[in-house]
Design a protein around this ligand. Structure first.
Ligand SMILES: Nc1ncnc2c1ncn2[C@@H]1O[C@H](COP(=O)(O)OP(=O)(O)OP(=O)(O)O)[C@@H](O)[C@H]1O
Ligand SMILES: [Mg+2]
Length: 483
């Protein structure tokens, strides 16, 4: 394994050098072999679970790693906090894969740093396993995401309302640069660092910008907006509610980051919200497009600090932000068209999409199951009778519309299936799995669940175990931040 730590090279204003705090009795709980292979982690090390436990708890530091806690700011529920930073995480460094792509390796729950404030620097086992399972499920669903390489239990207790077993989770990310990373320097008026961060982000994520004649700040905002639209549209496709879309939890790479209080939507409900602290529904399912628009406005504002009194540039940034809703809607409608098997969007399709979703909300129907049944109804008359009874006129309209296309039922079904999962990590299933892991101290429940979630578009013999819904569980469900 060869680390190259370019973020460290940006200088001390970007981070605090910080060593993980050793833990009492590290034990490997989950290991992501496919990801480890992609990162070329040597087979000999992968077979040595004791060594993995030492390295991925932070008890020992891999050769070449230079642990840092990165500094960032951020708007949390709309209020600006000028300094957050990794209060319980250590970025070990970067690894290159065979295609030359650079990946951050970060321990989370690895002890205090200069940014810990009142926190203990730790993470409980439940949230660590949750991050591992959710990110793996999202990857398999085709949603851009950070990933998890390992969960190691620490043999220590972490107190969160009650005593919990502690753990360290290793996250792999295209980078950990957040909107809040830009806000840190913008709010300080630190033009030198802000310029360095902009150029670094372009080099790392959008190198094509360097060849463009246009202003690099504007081009970066434009590119990040495109990524964030793709991301949130993908969330909306599978019913994912992030739960804490603060600007410090918005990665420039366009990958999902921070699975703290996330949840999956069962019954279709734009107002669905599960985070215990989100009392006003700021981050509710249907609000996610508006919030990412707001976060992008904060991103554009940060970069404008580099261009004071440039009216033309201000107008360009303004236009990007003003165009956001329309750009999002277009991508969203395209995604919905894919879920419905529509090859192109025609006049009237927007109304069809809206009325279908309104029908799901009115009848309190499950989002994933309804689209699964629509997909199956193309070739199964029993399913067709069942779902058309629920959806009524909407079903007939949809049926006529899709069948007017020059595609066989099988072709149509295959196209729809790519966009409509048969299984998602439902809240009651994930909580049951986490409870099992905690009670048994064993990972087998997580491994069984993962095996199914890794094939979310295929019905295997095991899939049915995790397809059941539990609306009453969802109604009382609460998730927590900083867990
Ligand atoms: N137990 C803790 N000890 C110290 N700091 C913490 C703890 N939990 C959260 N924080 C810090 O509080 C801030 C907000 O936390 P949040 O829950 O968004 O992030 P996180 O889950 O810790 O990390 P990430 O965003 O990297 O996934 C971050 O600066 C985070 O480092
Ligand atoms: Mg966070």
């Amino acid at each position: 394994m060869k680390f190259s730590n370019t973020y460290v090279g940006l200088g001390q204003r970007f981070y605090n050098k910080s060593q993980p705090t050793a833990v009492r009795a590290p034990k490997l709980f989950l290991w992501n072999t496919a990801l480890a292979n992609r990162l070329n982690i040597p087979a000999a090390l992968q077979q040595d679970s004791e060594a993995l436990a030492q390295y991925f708890s932070g008890n020992q530091i891999l050769a070449g790693a230079e642990p840092i806690a990165t500094a960032y700011a951020g708007h949390q529920f709309g209020s600006f906090n000028p300094l957050l930073g990794d209060g319980r995480a250590h970025l070990l460094g970067e690894l290159l894969d065979d295609e030359g792509r650079r990946w951050d390796l970060q321990l989370k729950g690895s002890g205090e740093s200069a940014y810990s404030r009142a926190g203990d620097g730790r993470c409980a086992l439940g949230p660590a396993v949750r991050e591992f399972i959710m990110s793996e499920a999202m990857r398999a669903l085709g949603v851009p995401t950070t990933e998890c390489l390992a969960v190691v239990t620490t043999g220590e207790t972490v107190y969160r309302q009650r005593a919990n077993p502690g753990a360290v989770v290793t996250r792999v990310a295209a980078s950990h640069i957040r909107v809040g990373s830009f806000q840190l320097f913008a709010s300080r008026g630190d033009v030198e660092s802000l310029t360095a961060l902009r150029d670094y982000a372009i080099d790392r994520h959008f190198p094509e910008i360097k060849q463009q004649a246009s202003n690099h700040s504007v081009a970066l905002v434009d590119s990040v907006i495109a990524k964030q639209i793709q991301l949130v549209v993908a969330w909306m496709r599978v019913g994912f509610i992030h739960g804490v879309m603060n600007t410090d939890n918005t990665a420039i790479s366009g990958d999902t980051i921070d699975y703290g209080p996330c949840a999956m939507m069962g019954v279709y409900d734009p107002q669905a919200v599960y985070s215990s602290i989100d009392r006003n529904g700021r981050y509710a399912f249907g609000n996610q497009p508006r919030i990412v628009n707001w976060n992008m406005a904060r991103f554009a504002e940060s970069l404008l600090v580099l261009h004071p009194e440039d009216e033309q540039l201000l107008a360009q940034m303004q236009e990007l932000i003003n165009d956001f809703p329309q750009r999002f809607q277009q991508a969203y409608n395209r995604m919905m068209a894919d879920k419905l098997g529509l090859q192109d969007l025609q006049p009237g399709d927007d109304a069809l999409i809206e009325s279908l979703l309104a029908r799901l909300a009115e009848l309190k129907l499950d989002y994933t199951i309804s689209f699964d049944l629509l997909t199956k109804s193309l070739t199964d008359s029993k399913v067709q009778t069942f779902i058309s009874a629920d959806l009524g006129d909407c079903y007939q309209q949809w049926w006529q519309r899709v069948n007017a296309q020059a595609l066989s039922a099988e072709q149509l079904q295959a196209a729809m299936r790519n966009n409509n999962p048969v299984v998602i990590p439902r809240n009651h299933h994930i909580e049951a799995v986490l409870a099992d892991c905690e009670a048994s101290g064993e990972a087998s429940a997580a491994l069984d669940f993962l095996a199914v979630l890794r094939q979310p578009y295929v019905e295997t013999e095991e899939t049915a175990r995790y397809q059941s819904t539990d609306d009453s569980f969802d109604q009382g469900y609460q998730t927590f931040c900083g867990t």
